[in-house]
Design a protein around this ligand. Structure first.
Ligand SMILES: CCCCCCCC/C=C\CCCCCCCC(=O)SCCNC(=O)CCNC(=O)[C@H](O)C(C)(C)COP(=O)(O)OP(=O)(O)OC[C@H]1O[C@@H](n2cnc3c(N)ncnc32)[C@H](O)[C@@H]1OP(=O)(O)O
Length: 227
């Protein structure tokens, strides 16, 4: 992975970051837009509307996109509303309430690991009625990353082995689970699973991952904007 081009980045000082009420207000607005965007994505992949309706909607969406004016975040820039590496990631494709791509998954620490809850939709479908295998891998990869962070060792995935036991249904509340099973120097071994909320004891998908904590020099090169 190459380092982001630092010379292209605008660095935000602590003084310019929104705080308190202002931060809450901004995050609520981001969440509201994310929510409507996810509804649009869902409507887009479900619709059977005729071509003329699709053309009219396309024009409307193009006009809306044009309204998101002003400065745009560049590669590697950490949003002002985020807390990297271990807190809010407003635009994460898995947990981000502001992301049109995210379910979004709600993450809660539990005694022996970390739990993610979400419901996937038709936009995340692989086989008809079931979740795309890549989506399952994405949910697990993210939650297993959170398990490393929670264990005090933020780390990146170097290996992820997936086993798909049974298909994961869409439109069904899911329970994802991850926990650290061992460590060896900078390596962290993590296990994860996906089940339904209704019957979490049946593992539909399981995963074993190896994560590595980059050393401080590598961390600075990879994430030059980390506070
Ligand atoms: C401020 C701290 C920031 C830390 C990171 C924060 C992120 C988390 C933030 C929020 C949490 C929520 C988000 C989670 C998101 C989900 C996680 C992802 O999707 S991450 C993206 C996908 N992964 C990559 O892009 C990695 C690409 N790989 C690399 O860049 C390098 O491999 C890196 C930096 C991770 C390690 O490189 P080296 O040079 O420091 O370490 P080497 O020497 O290669 O390996 C260390 C040990 O690991 C073993 N290792 C390496 N690859 C292995 C593999 N595939 N299987 C088993 N072991 C492996 C090696 O054999 C070595 O072990 P021996 O010391 O010899 O015992």
């Amino acid at each position: 992975m190459s380092a982001p081009p630092t010379e292209l980045m605008t660095t935000h000082t602590e003084a310019t970051r929104p705080r308190g009420e202002e931060l809450d207000h901004q995050r609520r607005a981001i969440t509201a837009l994310g929510h409507e965007m996810r509804a649009l994505v869902d409507a887009t992949v479900r619709t059977a509307a005729p071509a003329e309706v699709l053309h009219r909607v396309t024009d409307g969406v193009r006009r809306l996109t044009g309204q998101l004016t002003g400065r745009r975040r560049v590669r590697g820039e950490i949003p002002d509303v985020d807390e990297f590496p271990g807190g809010a990631r407003m635009y994460s494709p898995v947990t981000g309430p502001g992301s049109p791509l995210a379910p979004p998954m709600q993450v809660t620490p539990e005694d022996d690991g970390i739990v993610g809850r979400c419901t996937l939709g038709i936009a995340h479908e692989g086989p008809p009625g079931y979740v795309h295998g890549g989506m399952s891998a994405m949910l697990l990869d993210e939650l297993m990353g959170w398990a490393c962070y929670r264990a005090g060792t933020p780390a990146m995935t170097v290996s992820l082995q997936m086993r798909y036991h049974r298909p994961v249904p869409v439109e069904t509340p899911l329970r994802v689970f991850a926990h650290v099973t061992g460590t060896e120097d900078r390596k962290i071994f993590v296990a994860g699973s996906i089940g339904t909320d209704e019957d979490p004891s049946i593992a539909l998908v399981t995963a074993d991952g190896v994560f590595v904590s980059p050393d401080p020099a590598r961390t600075r090169t990879l994430f030059p904007n980390t506070p």
